[in-house]
Write a protein that binds this ligand. Structure first.
Ligand SMILES: [Zn+2]
Length: 388
């Protein structure tokens, strides 16, 4: 999920709302013609200061435990049918936003209606606790989200509106990615029909992302010694700048991002491996898939215990935010290639959705459904080949 509301796709360290509230409080204080002006201005200024403290609250460094891996599960050569993570709480309608959040509900409905999955294929995620989120996000930042979300002002927080309800759903979505990873470690593949909030920084929300679900899941699994090393394959059209920043100085997590260079976010972060392509290059199916041929070497080099694949739908040619020219078929081939590769190198893989802003939301839903199709076909293909 991401956005491009600021001129030139700029990613600011503080939000327009905070700037606006700050100037409003200063005007009230200096132009105080009535007593209530002073009190209201002071309260507003205090509110802004508290919000800013949250942004700059230090985040404790994560230390990888040195105890041996506890329950390392061998890779499943014969994976069972994968379990998909979805919750009724994903079903939201927020009409005043470019992000088509209704896709989370539509995906589930279509998957059932088309017979792609049955209700029995789904599992319900749990809500993560703040202790879990604090493995990545600052304590003060979480307070900031609660504070902002408790007032109507939270809904005016630029491209990243927040309310108590939204925060509650995001914590479930993070739980979904964690659960998809756990399923992947057990069955080879797991998929969360949500997640991929790759622009969220430890103390800063950005590009429609408040909590970095992938980073939290990786840290939780490292904390419980289920994995040592992880890899994030980010195939969203926007760079996964939040994820790259979180794991910048961490050799245990390799971040890969293939994205459009002349697009939000600006400036870009530095991933362990970036493929930055300008839209002038007219990046079509063939060009994009050719760029991905570097993946086998990268996976071999890093040797992760877990891969999180962010299967963004926004490299699609009809996307309103992106400038790539991929077709639905090309994106399906991308998914099939990545998943097949992860299976061949025997690395458990969890899939999350990421962005998708096609002019017609049904196209975005169709692309995400194709990702599910690629997962199911891989499993069926493996089963079939065992029978031959
Ligand atoms: Zn995106």
């Amino acid at each position: 999920m991401e956005g491009e509301y600021l001129p030139g796709g700029l990613s600011l360290p503080i939000s327009i709302l905070e700037i606006a509230l700050f100037f409003a409080s200063i005007i009230l204080l200096f132009e105080a013609s009535a007593r209530w002006h002073f009190w209201f201005g002071s309260s507003l200024l205090l509110f802004v200061v508290l919000l800013l403290i949250g942004r700059f609250w230090p985040v404790p460094k994560f230390i990888l435990p040195t105890t041996p891996l506890s329950t390392r599960t061998d890779f499943q050569e014969h994976p069972t049918k994968p379990r998909f993570v979805w919750s009724q709480k994903y079903r939201v309608r927020f009409r005043l936003h470019i992000s088509p959040v209704k896709k989370y509900g539509l995906m589930y409905d279509h998957a059932i209606k088309e017979g792609l999955l049955t209700k029995g294929d789904f599992v319900e995620p749990v809500t993560l606790h703040d202790d879990d989120l604090r493995l990545v996000h600052g304590r003060g930042y979480l307070w900031r989200l609660y504070l902002l979300g408790s007032t109507p002002l939270g809904l005016l927080n630029g491209e990243n509106p927040i309310s108590r309800g939204i925060l509650k759903r995001l914590k479930v979505a993070c739980g979904g990615t964690y659960l998809a990873c756990k399923i992947a470690l057990e069955h080879g593949l797991g998929m969360n029909l949500c997640g991929g909030f790759h622009h969220a920084f430890p103390c800063r929300e950005a590009g429609f992302c408040h909590l970095n679900d992938m980073a939290v899941a990786i840290r939780m699994l490292q904390r419980e010694r289920a994995i040592d090393r992880a890899m994030v394959l980010d195939c969203d059209v926007h760079q996964g700048n939040g994820t790259a920043a979180i794991f910048k100085k961490d050799d245990s997590v390799f971040t890969f991002s293939i994205h459009q260079e002349d697009l939000y976010p600006h400036p870009k972060a530095v991933s362990d491996y970036d493929i930055s392509l300008y839209s002038d290059l007219k990046v079509d199916d063939a060009r994009y898939l050719a760029e991905l041929k570097v993946l086998p070497e990268l996976i071999e080099k890093h040797r992760p215990d877990l891969i999180i694949y962010l299967a963004g739908a926004d490299p699609f040619a009809e996307d309103r935010l992106g400038g790539f020219l991929l077709t639905k078929d090309g994106l399906l081939r991308r998914d099939a290639y990545v998943l097949r590769l992860c299976h061949e190198v025997k690395v458990p893989t969890a899939i999350v959705l990421g962005g998708g802003y096609a002019r017609n939301t049904e196209d975005t839903v169709a692309i995400h459904l194709n990702t599910i199709r690629a997962v199911v076909e891989l499993i069926e293909g493996v089963k079939t080949s065992q029978l031959l």
